[in-house]
Design a protein around this ligand. Sequence first.
Ligand SMILES: [Zn+2]
Ligand SMILES: [Zn+2]
Length: 308
Amino acid sequence: LFKFEVTILGCSSATPIFNRHPTSQWVHINHTHILLDCGEGTQMQIMRYGLKASKLSYIFISHLHGDHYLGLMGLLSSMNLNGRTDPLNLFAPLELEDILQQHFRVSESELKYPLHFFPVNHEPENLTDNVLVETQDFRVSKIPLKHSIACNGFLIEEKPGPQKISKETMDTYSIPYDALAGIKKGQSFIQADGTEISADRLLEPKRIPRSYAFCSDTCYLPELKGLLNHVNILYHETTFGHSFLSRAEQTYHTTAFQAAQLAKDAEVGKLLMGHFSARYKDLNPLLEEAKEIFPESYLALEGQTFSI
Ligand SMILES: [Zn+2]
Ligand SMILES: [Zn+2]
C-alpha cells in the first residue's frame, strides 16, 4: 500500500486571522507531491511543516478568489531562485495565465524551469468524465462547484494497481516464478498432477482504491453525493455555522450542518472541515454541529496530516 495523505497548510477563509492562513493543502500520493490551492503565505507554511516545495510536481487552483491563489507568485518565484529545473504542472482557471504572464513580464523575471499551464474550465452540469491528470498511480478529476465565481474542486483517486500472489500461496501450490505473469493475466495454473486452479483462487483480492475529494468554496450541493460516494476523505468548506445560513447562501458558502449532511448522504469515510470564517475564534461549535449529523467529522487544522 503506498502513501496517500494530506497535510493542511491553511484553513482560514478570506483573511489570515487567529494564526490561521488562507486555503492550501499538500497531498502526498506514492512518489508524487501535489498542492491544492495556494493562499497567501503558503510557501512559509510549506517550510514550517518541513515540506519541500522542490518536490511539488502539480498545483491545482480551485478558483481565483485571492484567498486561494495569492501565494502562488511567491511560491513560483522562490522555486526559481532556489534553482528549480524540474517541470511544474499548473491546473487553474484560464485567466490565471494572464495574471502570471503580466507579473513575470513587468518584473522582467523569467522562470528557469518549465511551467506547464493547463486551463481548467468550469462546466457546472458535467458530473462525469472530468479527468485532468492520469498517471500510473492516480487520477485527478475536477468537481464542478457552485460559488460566486467559477470554481472547481478536485477528486484524487488512487488506481487499483496489479493484483498480487502471496508467498504463502506460491508455496502451497508450488507455483514457479515463470508462471506468475500468466496468472496475473487471469490464466489458470495447472499443477504437476494436472489439477487446474483458477487465477481468482490464487490472486489476492483487488485492493479498493482510496480517494480524496477537495471541495474548496461552494454553496451546498446535495447533487454531488453520487460523485463523492464512498470517498475515504471529503474535505468540504464549512465557512459558517447553520445559524448563519442566510449569510452562507448570500456568499455561496456552506454551513457545518450542510457539509455534514453531504458527508452522510455520500457515505464518505471522514469529513474534514475548513475555510473557517473570521467570525469563529473557537471552532468547536462548528465541529459539534457537524458531528451531530456525521460523527466522523474533523477540523482541518494547520499542520495536521490525515492518512487517506
Ligand atoms: Zn475562499
Ligand atoms: Zn471563494
